[in-house]
Design a protein. Structure first.
Lengths: 578, 516
């Protein structure tokens, strides 16, 4: 249990305890052997019930014994059913048998109640209750809900009880509105209750679910009123993270997507399709599998597809796919629900411009009124509590979502403040947000040029990038990438399979892992990295057959030039700046 | 009534008011033989509660002075060296006025209606209404001594703080429910979001401050420690409204506070929040008069003998000691006499007297009506800044002090040169469209006598008088001091020996308040 202090025991108490323990374990072993013997003999009789009961009363966590009890009870349930069905047995007898069974089930509730009283976190005891309730003729749900409430009063974070309550609420056909009201009650009592806020979010989602599509739609006015409520909590205790987490959930559900994951809720769309001489590259807004992508193309062939991902060398589901062939595929470029299917033979690159613009926030969407209010609230709290990370973090997230262009400088400053002083324990988190902001910022600047047919070069230099996540949407457009002077550590996380030229100079890279995504490289610069041995790069070069120039100036590898030359005979090695 | 009283006891206690009852129970508990006498037929003396049918009795406890004939008759009980000291019957409660107020809206007068429905006895009209602080010394004593077993309590679950619009010419009194616990603050719609924040900060400050030793606490307050509490709060950035809430509600235990005393009072308040429920205060069911009876019951359990409605006439004095008292023409020898101020002989000079203005109204609508009935405490100090005490307590059916749908509103004020609490109460009634149908007003005299004065006798203990304080802390503390100085080798209401079956007193108390 939470909030309960441990009291140290004295030596004397310890000795007494040990003695008691020895005695009890002898008793336990005896009873256990008896129970197991009876079970093996199939004797699921009253004695077995009372034996298991006696032990469970002392230790509710022995799920085997609960299991035995359930078997015993199930046998009696079956026996009762036979009696009820038998026309030769009189009504009195039937009534009696039914009553006996109900008494047994009620007794089971009583036993599990006693167990929960002494051990409120016993999985088995809670499970037994739910199991019994589903077998009783007329379970008393009101009483059960009251029991849950009492248990939650004692420990509002007892997830066993929360789970049980969910089951009871479902069995009792409680409406989502009633459950919402229940969350209100708990939050009103004490808003520092993450479980209650979470329960509330689930209830709200279910209440506002579209009957046909199953999608949750929560309108701005509800988001606004929920924010008013949760605002009380974060103003009263700005350190309380349950309120902030709920706020974030609200904003996400309000915007219809997960924060900083622009593609998370919208339907899957084709982002780009392009032919690159030996392959057709398809990029989707979300990870897709071969059967799905076959609906976009004029081939049934499933063998010549290759997927690329930053986390797996041979993914089966991915956003980026290549079809290996010397001629372009024909591709469906109309939106999924358009009336007429429109095909492209990829004489020129197909780009879903509208979708790419949303992904990289090329155009800022106007923020709803509640967002403006929240920004003001955060601003006020930042002034009142300059040392508290939460309002600054929340404000920064909102700015990244709604004003990534206008507030670029502020976002960068805030993330630095968070990572350097306010919350340095989570500095990596803020650094990755910073990296994302800078990457997107840079992509926005080059957006028109990249979408034009003239250039395939992406340049993001000295931008503190720790990750290139998100760059894969450009897989069909970028052939030449320059990420010089960033904080990238691993080359294999770059998902740009059409790259022929890559500069990752001055990044803290120590070795090169093999990367199927970079197999078309002809030029690679690893100058100024920390790569020091030939062994640490050779596995990679085995996957880059087309490589003809390698720049590795200012690396410890320079001293191994001869060794490297022996390994890479056809490659022009450039150990020094020209 | 006519059974003979014992000839000799250790202690005779005169009057069954709360302080006398506490002292009687402490004596009995400590093993002394106690005879507890009261001239009235009812328990509680000037601390009692009355039903509407009995309330007239409060005016009827006049005792004529002993005639010369009676004096000579009583003198027969004396030995040569002894002399007779006539006991007083001081006017503790005076200027009593009771009226049924006719109302246009009543087709049948309320009195008739209540009588017809047999509801008159459902009232419990306190002479001295107070609240108990959940973690205060009174509750502690009640629990320790197990007197709490004889009573039930409800939470005083609404604290109202009045505010007035300063710019308006005839400002209305707004009654604002003040949130006290985290949950209440969260739900409050009286405070702005920044005020909620400031209040939480203040509460957090209290929690930290209360763990500091006194001197360090004083240092933390710096130059403000002896300046008004409001100045200290203002420099913390607390708005004026919230200052008023904090000073008058959270700091209610200390009238006219300095930063130091205000902080101490606030900490005491906050410490009690959450002990039995969200409110820090309890109120005894059936009224405060119950408490006197409960202590008497404990005394009786430990052998104290009770005689009510007994004419208590005089004391017998030898040199500077009282050797006996004479009641109902019987002489009872005793080692000590405990008496309420009412019994102090008329010739003993009063050291000082505080006049307490008391008015009780009976209404059939709450001063601030909401769905649920509340026990309400309303500090009027901000409307009478020059007086020490000004407050209303509204209690009704929930506290078993009035029939369903009815309330008693107790106004208590120390006298000052300002508007009376009565007129403030009436203004509040008018503005919230409440028309009381019954009213009783009186003055309670909080009399103090020089404890060193030779007139009384060295073995006489005068119990503390009725007082205007909101809580019982001073009563219980004074009783403890008196007891400990009179019987230095005895314990004052020590912790009861626990029985196996009744787990803990605290549990008992919390269970009874759970009904709140």
């Amino acid at each position: 249990m939470h909030f309960v202090k441990k009291v140290p025991t004295t030596e004397q108490e310890k000795a007494a305890k040990e003695k008691e323990h020895a005695k009890r374990s002898a008793q336990f072993l005896h009873a256990r052997d008896r129970i197991i013997a009876k079970r093996d003999a199939g004797e699921y009789d009253d004695e077995l019930l009372s034996l298991t009961q006696a032990i469970l009363e002392k230790n509710a966590d022995i799920y085997t014994f609960w299991n035995i009890r359930r078997t015993a009870i199930e046998q009696r349930i079956e026996a009762n059913e036979l009696i009820q069905k038998n026309p030769e047995i009189g009504e009195d007898e039937k009534l009696k048998s039914g009553q006996k069974l109900e008494n047994l089930l009620a007794g089971e509730l009583f036993l599990s109640y006693e167990c929960i009283k002494s051990n409120p976190k016993s999985y088995s005891a809670w499970y037994q209750r739910a199991w019994v309730l589903q077998r009783q003729a007329a379970p008393d749900f009101a009483k059960e809900l009251a029991l849950c409430e009492k248990a939650l009063q004692m420990d509002c974070r007892n997830f066993h009880c929360w789970d049980h309550r969910r089951i009871v609420a479902r069995l009792a056909n409680r409406t989502e509105e009633q459950e919402l009201e229940f969350s209100n009650k708990l939050i009103d009592e004490n808003f520092s209750n993450y479980s209650a806020w979470h329960y509330r979010s689930i209830a709200l989602k279910n209440i506002h679910r579209d009957a046909q599509t199953g999608e949750t739609r929560i309108d701005d006015s509800l988001i606004g009123s929920e924010l008013q409520k949760v605002k009380n909590a974060f103003y009263m205790d700005a350190e309380d993270q349950s309120a902030w987490t709920y706020t974030r959930w609200l904003l996400e559900v309000g915007s219809g997507k997960e924060f900083l994951r622009p593609e998370s809720a919208a339907p899957i769309e084709l982002i780009s399709a392009s032919f690159h001489g030996n392959n057709t590259t398809l990029v989707f807004s979300r990870a897709v599998t071969v059967p799905f992508l076959l609906t976009f193309v004029d081939t049934k062939d499933t063998t010549r597809w290759r997927a690329f991902s930053s986390t797996s060398p041979h993914p089966t589901s991915s956003r980026v796919w290549q079809y290996l062939s010397d001629s372009p595929l024909r591709v469906v470029i109309s939106s999924p629900n358009a009336e007429n299917v429109e095909w492209s033979d990829l004489k020129e690159i197909y780009v879903n411009r509208r979708r790419l613009e949303t992904i990289y926030d090329v155009v800022e969407t106007p923020e709803p009124g509640y967002i403006q209010e929240l920004l003001q609230d955060c601003h006020q709290l930042i002034e009142l509590e300059p040392k508290n990370k939460w309002p600054l973090y929340m404000k920064t997230l909102v700015l990244m979502e709604y004003q990534p262009i206008k507030a670029h400088d502020e976002i960068i400053t805030n993330l630095r403040t968070l990572s350097d002083s306010l919350d340095s324990k989570r500095s990596e988190l803020y650094k990755s947000l910073l990296s994302r902001q800078k990457l997107n910022h840079s992509i926005r600047e080059q957006f028109e040029r990249l979408l034009g047919n003239e250039h395939d070069q992406l340049v993001v230099r000295y931008a503190e990038l720790t990750s290139l996540e998100g760059v894969e949407y450009l897989a069909g457009l970028v052939g030449n990438a320059d990420f010089q002077g960033n904080l990238l550590k691993e080359i294999h996380r770059i998902v740009l399979p059409n790259l022929h030229s890559l500069t990752i100079s001055e990044n803290p890279i120590e070795s090169l892992s093999p990367s199927p995504s970079l197999s078309h490289l002809t030029f690679l610069s690893i100058a100024g990295t920390q790569i020091s041995t030939v062994q640490s790069v050779m596995p990679f070069f085995q996957t880059t057959p087309s490589l003809d120039r390698l720049l590795f100036a200012e690396t410890p590898l320079v001293e191994k030039t001869e060794e490297l030359r022996a390994q890479l005979p056809g490659v022009r090695l450039i150990p020094h700046w020209l | 009534m006519d059974e003979k009283l014992p000839e000799s006891v250790d202690v005779v206690v005169l009057g069954t008011g709360l302080p006398e009852a506490i002292l009687a129970s402490a004596c009995a508990r400590a093993g002394l033989s106690v005879l507890h006498l009261d001239r009235n037929e009812y328990y509680g003396s000037d601390w009692s509660s009355f039903t509407m049918t009995m309330i007239h009795e409060v005016e009827e406890n006049k005792v004529p002075k002993l005639s010369e004939e009676e004096v000579s008759k009583l003198s027969a009980h004396l030995s040569e060296s002894e002399k007779l000291v006539e006991l007083g019957n001081r006017e503790i409660i005076e200027n009593i006025q009771r009226t049924w107020i006719p109302r246009e809206s009543d087709d049948v007068p309320m009195k008739e209606k209540l009588e017809k429905m047999g509801q008159m006895r459902r009232f419990s009209i306190d002479l001295v209404p107070k609240i108990l602080v959940s973690k205060g010394n009174m509750v502690q004593t009640l629990c320790d001594s197990q007197v709490s077993h004889y009573a039930e309590f409800k939470l005083v679950n609404r604290q109202l703080c009045p505010t007035q619009d300063k710019n308006s010419e005839n400002p209305k009194i707004l009654l604002n429910p003040v949130p006290c616990s985290k949950g209440e603050i969260f739900q409050s719609n009286v405070l702005s979001i920044l005020e909620k924040r400031a209040l939480m900060k203040f509460i957090t400050f209290c929690t930290q401050w209360s763990t500091k030793p006194t001197e360090e606490g004083r240092e933390l307050l710096g130059e403000y420690s002896d300046r008004p509490f409001s100045e200290f709060l203002a420099q913390m950035g607390v708005t004026e409204t919230l200052q008023s809430f904090i000073i008058n509600t959270i700091g209610i235990l200390q009238p006219n506070p300095t930063a130091m005393s205000g902080m101490l009072a606030s900490c005491e308040f906050m410490d009690s929040v959450g002990h039995f429920g969200p409110s820090p205060f309890l109120f005894p069911l059936y009224g405060c008069g119950e408490l006197s009876q409960c202590f008497c019951r404990l005394a009786a359990v430990f052998g104290s003998l009770y005689c009510l409605g007994r004419p208590v006439q005089a004391m017998v004095k030898e040199n500077d000691r009282i050797t006996a008292i004479i009641a109902n023409n019987e002489r009872i020898n005793c080692r000590h006499v405990v008496m309420s101020p009412r019994f102090v002989p008329e010739d003993v000079p009063i050291q000082n007297v505080q006049k307490i203005e008391r008015v009780v109204f009976a209404t059939d609508k709450s001063i601030k009506e909401v769905e649920k009935e509340h026990l309400t405490l309303l500090n009027l100090a901000s409307l009478r800044p020059n007086s020490t005490i000004s407050r209303l307590i509204e209690i009704g059916f929930e506290a078993c002090t009035a029939p369903k749908g009815h309330f008693l509103v107790h106004a208590t004020g120390t006298q000052g040169d300002e508007k009376s609490v009565e007129s403030l109460a009436e203004q509040i009634f008018e503005e919230s469209q409440v028309s009381p149908y019954w009213k009783m007003s009186f003055t309670a005299n909080s009399m103090k006598f020089d404890p060193e004065g030779a007139e009384l006798g060295s073995n006489v203990v005068v119990a503390p008088p009725v007082d205007a304080n909101i809580h019982y802390s001073s009563v219980i503390e004074e009783c403890r001091k008196l007891f400990c100085s009179t019987w230095p080798d005895l314990d004052f209401l020590p912790r009861a020996i626990k029985n196996e079956e009744d787990d803990s007193e605290e549990k008992e108390a919390s269970e009874s308040s759970e009904t709140a």
